[in-house]
Design a protein around this ligand. Sequence first.
Ligand SMILES: Cc1cc2nc3c(=O)[nH]c(=O)nc-3n(C[C@H](O)[C@H](O)[C@H](O)COP(=O)(O)O)c2cc1C
Length: 188
Amino acid sequence: MIRDLILKNRSYRRFYQEVSIELATLRELVDLARLSPSAGNTQPLKYILSCDPKKNALIFPHLAWAGYLKDWSGPCEKERPSAYIIILGDTEIKQSFGCDHGIAAQSILLGTTEKNLGGCIIGSRQREGLRKALKIPHRCEILLVLALGKSKETVVIETVGPTGDIRYWRNSNDIHHVPKRALDDIIL
Ligand SMILES: Cc1cc2nc3c(=O)[nH]c(=O)nc-3n(C[C@H](O)[C@H](O)[C@H](O)COP(=O)(O)O)c2cc1C
């Protein structure tokens, strides 16, 4: 079952924007992160939730999508995420956040997948623009943005070919292909 959940938990970047996500759902998802491991149990992460179209519109312009798809600048209006969870690191608790935010992101996305929703981790964000737009306090580092919604995409996993190219790509029907290295190539 965990394999099925992980297989289903792909990075989705196009959504049915009209399908909203309740604030209570976002809180449930953050609760999964709250219960996840944290180095030294310091729990330095804080979260900003957004499921309101006006707040979502403040966040969207500061995100970068699918760097390998050079002719696609991100989801168009109507296909944008209907919610976001922004993961912050509280520097009053700790100066560096190790992999806590990666673990938190995966817990949230697995929970999202279980709810038949989808999402994408966005590490390429314009921090200062986002900080200004949402008035994020300077003591908090902006670590990751999770874009969430009802996914509209088909994502296919394939094995990395002999050229070793790991870049994801889309075919003419907008099916998104993600090459993964073979198991025997990653176990040393
Ligand atoms: C730390 C991290 C940062 C990422 N940042 C971005 C990003 O800024 N924009 C984006 O479109 N995808 C981003 N992704 C998604 C990756 O591109 C995606 O995980 C990869 O293509 C593999 O696809 P999969 O998640 O479906 O296995 C990020 C993923 C991780 C783990």
